[in-house]
Design a protein around this ligand. Structure first.
Ligand code: GLU
Length: 291
């Protein structure tokens, strides 16, 4: 059966923003897509704040993101989880991997990694003073079917860092540990994260868990041909116009909302859309808004 039609049993979806800035239109598309896919499959939708990297965070952004989601009627089915409060879980996962000899210390500099043409255990200088922890998976190839991006073959060229030299846990570890711990069955997110899915699938299995289904949504691009992002200063979402924003995001995802829908409250718009959500109808093209 096709992933486009098979609803996962006990569907749990999630939206997992990093508080590096306020939500923008591209993040709304991801939040909305993951929400609608969950609701349309009778599932639960969770929100997880990925506040793992304090130096990259913007003060107040986490609260602003949660306020925006609320303003748009995107209410989670459960308390918001904060990665900053979940370090014990990440440590336990590292212990589990260490017991299987799947993590190792690495003191290589960026220059050494560049010269070696990517990082692998064989060429690693090992533990010399400060070290990161890496996951030994290079050389593996992951094949999987993405809901919107189709068949994927991802050869893994280097061993990713799971804990950084500065002691911070890396995104790749935390995201997988949390998806396991929260029983997430379907990960719907932006296509910019497609390339790290192979590594994450390896990590799921190394932690004795079957990976969830993945679906990567099209990206909203700017005039310069880059995806809208906090880094390139995408305009923050205007919480004063949630209904218009939702209708615009639905249109981007391939819906044809009748114009009067923009005058309805967010809850009405979301129930209109969840009744009509069909994976195969999503427009998969990365593109500018309005194209
Ligand atoms: N926190 C990541 C981000 O904001 C997303 C993680 C994920 O959805 O897997 O880019």
């Amino acid at each position: 059966m096709s992933v486009l039609t098979t609803p996962p049993a006990h569907y749990i979806g999630r939206f997992a923003p990093s508080p590096t800035g306020p939500l923008h239109f591209g993040s709304l598309v991801c939040a909305l897509g993951s929400y609608l896919d969950s609701i349309a499959h009778g599932g639960h939708w969770l929100v997880r704040m990925e506040d793992l990297d304090p130096p990259r965070e913007m003060p107040g952004a986490a609260q602003r993101i949660l306020t925006s989601l609320d303003a748009h009627g995107l209410h989670a089915h459960g308390p918001v989880e904060w990665q900053s409060r979940r370090h014990t879980l990440y440590l336990e996962a590292l212990e589990q991997l260490r017991a299987k000899d799947l993590v190792y210390p690495c003191s290589c500099t960026r220059e050494q990694v560049r010269k070696a043409g990517g990082h692998r255990r064989e060429s690693c200088v090992g533990e010399q003073g400060q070290y990161a922890l890496r996951f030994a998976c290079a050389g593996a190839t992951e094949t999987f079917t993405d809901i919107w991006q189709g068949e994927q073959t991802q050869p893994i060229a280097e061993d990713p860092i799971l804990k950084r030299k500065d002691g911070l846990y890396a995104y790749q570890l935390a995201v997988v540990v949390d998806d396991i711990q929260q029983n997430v069955s379907c990960v719907v997110r932006g296509a910019d994260l497609l390339d790290c899915t192979g590594i994450q699938r390896q990590l799921f299995r190394a932690l004795d868990t079957e990976p969830p289904l993945f679906g990567h949504l099209p990206l909203v691009m700017n005039e310069g041909g880059q995806k809208l992002s906090k880094q390139n200063h995408a305009a923050p979402l205007d919480d004063a116009t949630p209904s218009q924003n939702l209708v615009q995001a639905l249109t981007f995802l391939g819906f044809h909302p009748p114009p009067p829908l923009a005058n309805e409250a967010p809850a009405q718009i979301l129930s209109w859309a969840s009744a009509r959500w069909q994976r195969h109808a999503v427009d998969r093209r990365n593109r500018l808004l309005g194209q």
